[in-house]
Ligand binder design. Structure first.
Ligand code: AMP
Ligand code: MG
Length: 398
């Protein structure tokens, strides 16, 4: 049995390096960017007028000129005109290039036009007012986005403005979800008193979709030979297998031995944690490539925790994503005696500080409690009493 940190380190040093693929920018939101995006021009690319009004020479203003002859108009989308002489102004519109020879914009609100002459009110005017200077936001060649972030609407806008209609994103690995258990029936079946409906595959499949990962779903009964031949086929067609159930010490828990018989090398089995102690992880190297196999304990809360604490960050890093950690403040006292890391189910609230209220629930089989909570809080094995006001890492699913 190994500590949580060690299990996590083993996973992180066995990443499945995913490939990258080009996608149309309109399909890129939600995907992990795998390239850098650079400014192809200065931002803004020219001295840009930011207010509708007139463009003048500040020197004229300083010399006391308040009436400016309107020479012509400069609208957005036109090449720049030139201010011909002192005392002239150019009518300008937001988004236009600054006319040559002018340096300051006076807003429409601050003057009246009478017979092609702009009469400006007394006001505090600064040189360069209402002009967005070329290159003042970013210079040509600056890195605007680094690889590893999720593309959202803001990133899409930045990618668009540098003219990239096709963008490089992580290609998700091929994933199969394999649930196990003789007691499990399909959700459209009426379970007999000794049966229950399959729910873990829906939790894992839904969680994978949050990362843009699609999966194949299969169910295995607790029969060793059938399990073995099915897993063997699945290994040939998928890089990542996520199993649920059959990894504990029961007489029908065949998953670890089947995996090892199929040449999947065990990297750990059993982690000092609750829930999810029987968690198993291994890899298989063949000429065709590497398989990564996560065998999660079948109890619904255990499966859920193991996915969010281990599988999700592993997949995210494997696809080149930059991980961020989150902490919250415990909003109630809690005790946990065993020498295990405890993943406490918590309800989050945020009134300036992210608070986590403990909602322990009925144990690892109590999947209804998951909807009452938002995250798991990781309480270290080194302590037994956890007090209101202390902060600990959280793993959110909401
Ligand atoms: P196991 O890890 O196979 O010993 O299963 C532990 C508990 O989780 C048992 O009560 C199972 O019925 C339940 N369980 C296992 N797999 C699933 C599943 N796919 N959906 C819902 N419950 C499950
Ligand atoms: Mg089972």
């Amino acid at each position: 049995m190994i500590p949580v940190e060690e299990a996590y380190e083993i996973l992180m040093s066995n990443l499945c390096k995913s490939k990258t693929e080009p996608v149309d920018i309109r399909k890129s939101v939600g995907r992990i960017l795998t390239e850098s995006i650079y400014a192809d021009r200065n931002f803004p690319p020219f001295d840009r007028v930011t207010m509708d009004g007139i463009a003048i020479r500040f020197e004229d203003w300083q010399q006391g000129i308040r009436e400016f002859k309107v020479q012509e108009m400069q609208v957005a989308g036109n090449p720049p005109v030139t201010l011909r002489k002192s005392g002239n102004c150019i009518e300008v519109m937001t988004g236009a290039m600054m006319p040559e020879g002018a340096d300051t914009i006076v807003r429409y609100e601050d003057f009246e036009i009478e017979k092609k002459v702009a009469v400006v009110k007394e006001l505090k005017l600064k040189k360069g007012a209402n002009v967005h200077d070329e290159g003042s936001d970013r210079a040509i060649g600056d890195q605007l986005l680094e690889p590893g972030g999720i593309i959202g609407p803001a990133e899409a806008a930045v990618i668009a403005t540098v003219g990239e209609s096709i963008v490089q994103v992580a290609e998700p690995p091929k994933v199969a979800i394999l649930t196990t258990g003789d007691e499990l029936v399909d959700i459209d079946e009426e379970p007999l008193p000794h049966q229950i409906r399959k729910s873990n595959s829906f939790a894992i499949d839904g969680a994978l979709k949050e990362l843009g990962v699609t999966s194949t779903i299969l169910h295995l009964n607790d029969e060793k030979e059938v399990m073995k031949s099915t897993i063997e086929e699945v290994l040939d067609k998928h890089e990542v297998l996520i199993l649920s159930g059959g990894v504990s010490k029961g007489k029908k828990d065949f998953v670890p031995e089947v995996l090892e018989e199929l040449g999947v090398e065990k990297l750990f089995h059993r982690v000092k944690q609750r829930p999810g102690k029987p968690f198993w992880f291994g890899v298989r190297q063949t000429e065709e490539g590497t398989n990564y196999v996560f065998a999660l304990p079948g109890n619904p809360v255990s499966t859920f925790l193991c996915y969010y604490r281990y599988v999700k960050p592993w997949l995210f890093r494997s696809m080149g994503g930059n991980l961020t950690n989150e902490i919250a403040t415990l909003d109630g006292d809690f005790k946990f005696e065993p020498d295990l890391t405890y993943f406490l189910q918590v309800k989050l609230s945020n009134e300036g500080v992210l608070k986590a209220a403990p909602i322990a629930g009925g144990g690892s089989g109590d999947l209804a409690n998951l909807v009452e909570c938002d995250a798991f809080m990781e309480l270290p094995a080194t302590k037994k009493a956890f007090n209101k006001g202390e902060t600990f890492p959280i793993y959110r699913y909401r």
